[in-house]
Ligand binder design. Structure first.
Ligand code: NDP
Length: 312
């Protein structure tokens, strides 16, 4: 007996996925959402979120994600705590598979798989995560007002985050592993002009120091071998993000970096009925509120598409 395809499947459970679910559910699309391996996404590794509109006192990242999940479920979203690890978008009905091998058929698919911060891979980085180690200066920088901080990275993100921190902190110690930065010239110039950003060229992080909280960092100059310990209370990693899009590579147009491509002013991908929202397609803004916004757009686009093909 053949299964009736779902109207909408949502892959991913960050602000984009849950917002898509809220809109899709309220449009009677009975969405089924697959959370992936890290339910709640990147906000689960943040502490206070103070820049999401509607929370005047701020909110803990995990609490906000629980609220979003409950809001999605209130309108009849079915949340499955499973990972989707294979898709087939030959169409017109799309197929996705859970890790345990279950096949799901759907007329529309909303991809909200997000991106993951790239980390240095140090044991001390993992141990002190959220206790001084962060991958988001815009999210967490405010907690280090008036304190010495360090940042590692040399791309536009690192430059932008160093500038952001330089308005809050007395000194921003910036570790660049080569003798030049990858960031755009204009961003580099801004960084060079900012007197309290101290750049350490050819410098790599050996260890983040501290037992319970970050107290410093030990770095090594990869040309001279010279080591030094610098006292800091915050350590920011800004060495890029990796979009979680590898399962779509045979189907959805993507940039060399893996970010999915959508049509301008729309969440439509190159495959009819497949839409993308959130950080999986956004390397520029990467905020919870922008992800939520595109999640809303994806649900509206999916609803319109289902109308066009006569399903609703
Ligand atoms: P990028 O990939 O551009 O830069 C990553 C940086 O991290 C590089 O300088 C790299 O060094 C460094 N790095 C990587 N691994 C390590 C490591 N293990 N130790 C030390 N340093 C390391 O990532 P971004 O997130 O900065 O930017 C991603 C994209 O988003 C880019 O296209 C960027 O232009 C864009 N962007 C645009 C913005 C804007 O327009 N406002 C803002 C932010 C990002 P190396 O150079 O030696 O490889």
């Amino acid at each position: 007996m053949s299964k009736e395809p779902l109207k909408t499947v949502i892959i991913g459970s960050g602000p984009a996925g849950y917002t898509a679910a809220i809109y899709a559910a309220r449009a009677n699309l009975s969405p089924v959402l697959y959370t992936g391996k890290e339910p709640g996404g990147q906000l689960m590794i943040t502490t206070d979120v103070e820049n999401f509109p509607g929370y005047p006192e701020g909110v803990m990242g995990p609490k906000m994600m629980e609220d979003l999940r409950m809001q999605a479920e209130r309108f009849d979203t079915k949340v499955n705590y499973e990972l989707i690890d294979k898709v087939d978008f030959t169409g017109p009905v799309h197929k996705v598979w859970t890790e345990s091998g279950e096949e799901i058929l759907a007329h529309t698919v909303i991809i909200s798989t997000g991106a993951s911060a790239r980390w240095l891979g140090l044991e001390s980085e993992q141990r002190l995560m959220n206790n001084g180690v962060s991958a988001c200066a815009v999210c967490d920088g405010f907690f280090y007002r008036g304190k010495e901080v360090a940042i590692v990275g040399a791309g536009d993100s690192a430059a932008e985050e160093a500038l952001y921190l330089s308005n809050l902190c007395p000194t921003v110690h910036m570790f660049v592993r080569r003798d030049e930065m990858r960031a755009s010239k204009i961003m580099q110039e801004r960084v060079f002009k900012q007197k309290n950003i101290k750049i350490y060229w050819n410098t790599e992080t050996e260890e983040i120091l501290g037992d319970e909280f970050v107290t410093g960092v030990r770095v090594v100059n990869n040309q001279t071998g010279e080591k030094q310990e610098i006292p800091v209370e915050g350590f920011f990693v800004a060495i890029g993000h990796v979009p979680n899009t590898s399962i779509f590579k045979d189907w959805i147009d993507m940039e060399d970096t893996g970010y999915l491509i959508h049509q301008p002013d729309s969440t439509k991908t190159n495959v009819p009925g497949v839409f993308v929202s959130g950080d999986a397609a956004d390397h520029v803004y990467r905020q919870a509120i922008t992800a939520a916004g595109t999640g809303c757009m994806a649900a509206l686009d999916a609803e319109r598409y289902l109308g066009e093909i006569g399903i609703i």
